[in-house]
Design a protein. Structure first.
Length: 75
């Protein structure tokens, strides 16, 4: 079964529809946005290079180099 992740908060849903139709407190649009990268064993921040074992743990941690002050995963 495939998993679909929000690029802003890392929440996971089993369908794209369920993901994008629910709210996200971190997104500028207040809706979850589909993370278009693949599932990985490690995710890397595109601003500072820090690595995390899950998308959720990466994007919910602060980043001093990011304009939003949170890590953003590379695709």
């Amino acid at each position: 079964m495939e998993h679909y992740y929000c690029e802003w908060c890392g929440v996971v849903h089993q369908s794209v529809r369920a993901l994008v139709n629910s709210s996200c407190p971190r997104s500028p649009t207040r809706k979850h946005t589909l993370y278009e990268g693949s599932e990985k064993s490690q995710y890397t921040c595109k601003y500072c290079g820090v690595k995390a074992p899950s998308l959720r743990s990466l994007v919910n941690a602060t980043c001093t180099k990011s304009p939003t002050k949170y890590h953003h995963a590379t695709l």
